[in-house]
Design a protein around this ligand. Structure first.
Ligand code: C2E
Ligand code: CA
Ligand code: CA
Ligand code: CA
Length: 275
């Protein structure tokens, strides 16, 4: 038993070492990927459920790796957060997304994700507003998506950042609502304009009665608080129909298409005469 125990530890050491090396490689790569423009915005359609019209896009970061191809944000955002690169990454994504969206139909909005740690930067609002000014994208077309309990580790600062952004006309959405990181207490902490229901509830809405009950409750809560609700993770037409019947305001997900590159968006908008 002792021997196999030792072997098991040896195996753990090796797999941990491999994982550390992979992470280290990504970290080194990320340092140059940001200035080299390899971290690019993709765009996920957001749809008004009452009219089925496109209202705008959520901006989602992608790493166009020269060797490994397209890498998703779940692989590199946590590394960027841990190494302090997230601020630079985030502003680079915003700059590119604002520059691309400037020429689109002025009715179309952008929703941008920020990491909780960015709410500890006293200059965050100023940096975002400067990026808007430099790219000529109007603040009124921007929504910032915020998650997680880190809101509370410096609530006064988070509130001051939120206040500065709102003063310029930027809107705020509470992301991943219903998950452990995003709860009722958050709703009162900052002046949110919208609630986003996490996809874990939405994808299973037609199979799991629990999920349907939770989604209904969140939509009712939004109505009482006067906050429109967006559902993410809408994977088929049956889910979209159910949400529309429940009075959910907006939807996004694979039913409407996978996130698009800037060129993909241009093609879509050209077809619809929105560019
Ligand atoms: P999120 O904000 O919750 O974004 C929604 C995720 O769900 C996206 O994954 C999207 O591609 C995926 N998704 C969209 N439609 C569907 C669907 O119908 N079914 C399912 N199962 N999934 C769907 P993605 O692009 O991998 O992003 C993962 C997370 O990375 C995002 O979660 C967000 O928290 C974070 N992220 C992405 N871009 C940025 C960024 O620029 N800055 C920061 N701080 N975080 C980002
Ligand atoms: Ca989001
Ligand atoms: Ca989510
Ligand atoms: Ca998330």
């Amino acid at each position: 038993a002792k021997k196999s125990g030792r072997n098991r530890f040896a195996w753990f050491d090796e797999s941990m070492e491999r994982e550390l090396k992979a992470r280290n490689d990504l970290e080194q790569g990320l340092r140059v990927a940001i200035p080299n423009g390899q971290i690019v915005p993709y765009f996920e359609q957001q749809i008004d459920l009452a009219t089925s019209r496109l209202t705008g896009f959520e901006v989602l970061a992608r790493w166009e790796h020269p060797v490994r191809g397209l890498i998703g944000p779940d692989r590199f955002i946590p590394i960027a957060e841990d190494t302090g690169m997230i601020a630079e990454l985030s502003l680079s994504i915003m700059r590119q997304a604002f520059a691309a969206a400037r020429d689109w139909d002025p009715g179309l909005t952008l929703s941008v994700n920020i990491s909780p740690s960015q709410l500890r930067d006293a200059w965050l609002a100023q940096k975002i507003i400067k990026t808007l000014t430099e790219t000529g994208f109007p603040a009124s077309r921007l929504e910032i998506e915020i998650t997680e309990s880190a809101l509370f580790d410096n609530l006064a600062l988070a509130q001051s950042i939120a206040g500065s952004l709102k003063n310029q006309g930027v809107r705020l959405a509470l992301d991943d609502f219903g998950t452990g990181y995003s709860s009722l207490a958050h709703l009162r902490a900052l002046p949110f304009d919208r609630i986003k229901i996490d996809k874990s509830f939405v994808t299973s809405i037609n199979e799991a009665p629990d999920s349907a009950a939770i989604v209904t409750a969140i939509i009712r809560l939004g109505e009482s608080l006067n906050l429109p609700v967006t559902a993410e993770g809408v994977e088929d037409g049956a889910i979209a129909a159910r949400l529309a019947a429940m009075g959910c305001a907006k939807a996004q997900g694979w039913h409407y298409g996978k996130p698009l590159s800037p060129i993909g968006v241009r093609t879509l908008l050209a077809e619809r005469h929105l560019i």
